[in-house]
Design a protein around this ligand. Structure first.
Ligand code: CP
Length: 306
């Protein structure tokens, strides 16, 4: 692996290696007075963010710092991008300052792939348009592995705005590769049209779809990517596709509730469900740091030093 662009391109062995190294990272750092490893000392990681982020950007920064790397945070909104500088020139400028890895979030699908054509170092996709968000899917898979004891044979319902969701796409490819059954649930208007060859079940009735699940992943309704009315009102959406306490009770007792964040509380998920012990939302954030440590470590050292 030289870059991490999508989960579709990972082999099952590569995905399992990342999850195994994630476990090792968590064990190596948890409980230490100074939660740091020297593995990336002298390396520079650049966070190149053209889109808003709370979790992913700070998680990559924390992960890189825990591996003793130097971190440069670049926000397009306060940069010479506003003077018309291109993605290529911006990336080459950062490389000229010694970037060993570039973590990129961009509204255009395929932007991370383009960077690999221009840069010598590793490129990590932190979310590109509606295309892919591989480290989110890896942290979701790691959370399921820990909470459910494994992924093979488990049933995961992914609910809501699948059409605009890079998280859903990355999870579908990763979870099915790892042997899970994936069930997509949402209004027909928020399901992509070209999914006949996706390895998933499709359902429209959330109540029926919750029976027998091991995990339910609620997706944020992405108002910022919606340029049409995909459902009549927010109340109507919550009534048909929101996870509330009545629906939580339809799930098996062991089943967990996931959300990648940020959440629209009261729309796709009720506040009481988001805050319930069955929700893994903050645990997913914690696990995200371990996953990003594992990915940075594997890409920058080929797994050769720790
Ligand atoms: N889950 C996720 O990608 O969150 P941010 O947009 O805050 O990074």
């Amino acid at each position: 692996m030289k870059h991490l662009l999508t989960t579709k391109e990972l082999t099952r062995e590569e995905a399992e290696l990342i999850l195994d190294v994630t476990e090792q990272m968590a064990e190596a750092v948890t409980g230490r007075e100074v939660p740091k490893l020297p593995a990336l000392r002298g390396r520079t990681v650049v966070n190149l963010f053209y889109e808003d982020s709370t979790r992913t950007r700070t998680s990559f920064e924390t992960a890189a710092k825990r591996l003793s790397a130097d971190v440069v945070n670049f926000a397009a909104k306060t940069s010479s991008v506003n003077k018309g500088e291109s993605l290529r020139d911006t990336a080459l400028t950062l490389q000229a300052m010694g970037a060993d890895a570039v973590v990129i979030r961009h509204p255009a699908a395929g932007a991370p792939q383009r960077l690999t054509e221009w840069l010598d170092g590793a490129v990590l996709n932190a979310g590109d348009g509606t295309h892919a968000h591989p480290t989110q899917a890896l942290l979701d898979a790691y959370t399921m592995r820990r909470r459910l004891g494994g992924i093979e044979g488990r049933t995961v319902a992914i609910v809501g705005d699948i059409l605009h969701s890079r998280v859903a796409r990355s999870n579908i490819w990763l979870l099915t590769k790892l042997g899970a059954n994936v069930r997509l649930v949402g209004p027909p208007t928020l399901l992509p049209k070209d999914i006949d060859d996706w390895p998933v079940e499709i359902a429209y009735d959330l109540d029926a779809s919750l029976k027998g699940v091991d995990a339910v992943m609620m997706l944020r309704v992405q108002h910022e990517r919606q340029n049409a009315a995909f459902f009549p009102t927010a109340n109507e959406y919550a009534r048909l596709y929101g996870l509330d306490e009545r629906r939580l009770a339809l799930m098996p007792d062991h089943a967990i509730v996931m959300h990648p964040g940020p959440m629209n509380r009261g729309m796709e998920i009720a506040a009481s469900v988001a805050d319930s012990p069955r929700a893994t939302i903050t645990e997913q954030v914690t696990n995200g740091v371990w996953v990003r440590m594992a990915v940075l470590y594997l890409l920058l050292t080929n797994g050769e030093s720790k």
